[in-house]
Design a protein around this ligand. Structure first.
Ligand SMILES: [Zn+2]
Length: 153
């Protein structure tokens, strides 16, 4: 049974969702996004889980995607790691972490990213680059201009 992210809960027909694995925190998220949809989801047979996000956080920190993942994203990722089931998500950062862990994943719609990437800081002045440890901008050590977070080439 696949692990389903919130995009699937919002957009898939209920027959397709049945039996899927989801995080308890997704229901709260869904209630905020679409109370009507949340009521529908509660009436469907799903496997609701909550697992420790420790491994998910470590893996996401490793790829540099951690700052881009919400607590709900991490819950969903943690379930995919714990169960070893394939994950349906359109979130490129979640896909990126899955790829690094060799967890199978699919897009909810048809936008699967094909390349592994990492993040780097690139100076807008002298173009110097360095590895990004966080998603915040920094001052360039070389010329003092702003370094912005970019996808590493
Ligand atoms: Zn510079």
């Amino acid at each position: 049974m696949p692990v389903l992210d919130t995009a699937a809960l919002l957009h898939w027909p209920s027959e397709r969702l049945e039996g899927g694995i989801v995080a308890h925190s997704q229901l709260e998220e869904l209630r905020k996004l679409s109370p009507q949809r949340a009521m529908l989801i509660e009436s469907i047979e799903l496997e609701w889980m909550t697992v420790s996000t420790e491994d998910a956080e470590l893996a996401a920190a490793e790829t540099g995607d951690l700052p881009r993942l919400s607590p709900v994203d991490l819950d969903v990722l943690a379930i995919a790691i714990a169960t070893g089931q394939e994950l349906f998500t359109d979130d490129y950062s979640l896909q990126n972490v899955c790829r690094s862990l060799e967890i199978p994943f699919h897009a909810v719609s048809n936008r699967k990213s094909t390349q592994q990437w990492s993040w780097e800081l690139r100076c807008i002045g002298c173009r110097a680059t360095k590895k990004a440890d966080s998603q915040s901008e920094q001052e360039c050590d070389v010329c003092g201009s702003v370094m912005k977070v970019k996808r590493a080439r």
